[in-house]
Design a protein around this ligand. Structure first.
Ligand code: 13P
Ligand code: SF4
Length: 344
């Protein structure tokens, strides 16, 4: 576990990242959170997309969806406070049901999780009997309960390659499906969008059946953005999350999960970097790598991740809200899909 920052180091850590005028108030709020954390015996998990004032102060552990899932599963703290969106907090509850799991926002949804229902998955089972179904963790518990295995952006290729047969159903992110299909040598069909067998690269015998979900943040990046940065800053290394379109992912220098991108920047010598992903992550990388230049082109924030600010974390721990619950029959079925992924 990474040690929580000592209160007297908060100002130093936030310098240049949080506007100077806000630093004293941020540090005060962070101290309140740290005191409440002790009192409640809470483990604070922070997704890489959290705003800089939160990410750089109170979490015990930061990471991508997969890393936070693993930490949530193994903790014996009685309270898990999840600074991320609802599907992530639900996954923590699925894995560790005897803990109190708190989400510091009323909703904190996700356009991918909202793009598919449990009944959609049951219909796909009827349409494609016997075909294994993979669900991205960016889905709600009732959808996870209907599938065979989950995946995250950090292990999607490995999960797909572990499945038997030439056909796999991959839900709900169309772009992630197409990116994983390219890496695993499959052609994609999207029955929901009328893209049927024979319309893709049919030289590839293996098939991936996708869905039409999109991340409302990552679908905004285009190859024109990349071309323009390459023209103006040819020395810049460009990275993209695999929820971006396949054309964008093919045009960048590196594509990977949020933590894989963080590691790539940390370990790569280059004059500057541009991230095509949620823009808070650029600030967080800049805070941790004072010697690296991050291009500040990004103004794309995930509105759902943005619902969670430091003040919401304080309120959540103070009032022990909003507690995440998952009906036990759904939890047990969803657990099988998540555990299969973690066992890989
Ligand atoms: P990671 O699993 O890469 O952290 O991504 C989660 C997510 O929601 C990206 O938009
Ligand atoms: Fe969902 Fe996209 Fe926000 Fe990630 S960035 S939580 S995929 S809407």
């Amino acid at each position: 576990m990474q040690p929580t920052l000592a209160a007297d180091r908060l100002e130093e850590r936030l310098a240049g990242i949080v506007p100077e005028i806000e630093i004293a108030a941020t540090a005060e709020l962070a101290r309140e959170v740290l005191a409440l954390k002790e009192e409640r015996q809470a483990l604070i998990l922070g997704h890489n997309y959290m705003e800089a004032a939160l990410f750089n102060t109170v979490p015990d552990i930061t990471g991508d969806s997969l890393e936070l899932c693993r930490k949530a599963a193994e903790t014996d703290f009685p309270v898990i406070l999840f600074c991320g969106v609802r599907f992530m907090a639900e996954t923590a509850k699925i894995l560790n049901p005897t803990r109190t799991v708190l989400l510091p926002a009323e909703k904190a949804g996700c356009s991918l999780a909202e793009s598919i229902t449990a009944e959609d998955v049951r219909q796909l089972r009827r349409d494609y009997p016997g075909v294994p179904i993979v669900a991205y963790v960016n889905t709600y518990a009732d959808v996870k309960a209907e599938v065979d295995i989950c995946c995250t952006s950090g292990n999607a290729v490995r999960v797909v390659e572990s499945l038997p047969g030439d056909t796999v159903i991959f839900l709900p992110d169309e772009y992630l499906a197409r990116n994983v299909a390219r890496e695993t040598g499959r052609h994609v069909i999207l029955p929901q969008k009328g893209v049927l067998p024979g319309s893709g690269d049919t030289e590839l015998q293996k098939v991936m059946i996708g869905w039409g979900g999109r991340c409302e943040v990552h679908e905004q990046f285009t190859t024109d953005d990349i071309a323009s940065v390459r023209r103006q800053h040819p020395e810049t290394i460009i990275l993209a999350h695999p929820e971006c379109s396949p054309e964008v992912c093919e045009a960048v220098d590196f594509s990977g999960s949020t933590s894989e991108m963080i590691r790539f920047v940390r370990e790569t010598e280059a004059p500057s970097f541009l991230l095509l992903t949620e823009c808070s992550m650029g600030d967080n990388i800049a805070a941790a790598n004072r010697d690296k230049t991050m291009l500040g082109l990004c103004s794309v924030r995930c509105p759902h991740m943005n619902e969670i600010r430091l003040v919401d974390v304080r309120n959540s721990l103070r009032d022990m809200r909003q507690e995440i619950t998952v009906p036990e029959d759904i939890r047990l079925r969803a657990l099988k899909s998540v555990e299969r992924m973690l066992e890989l």
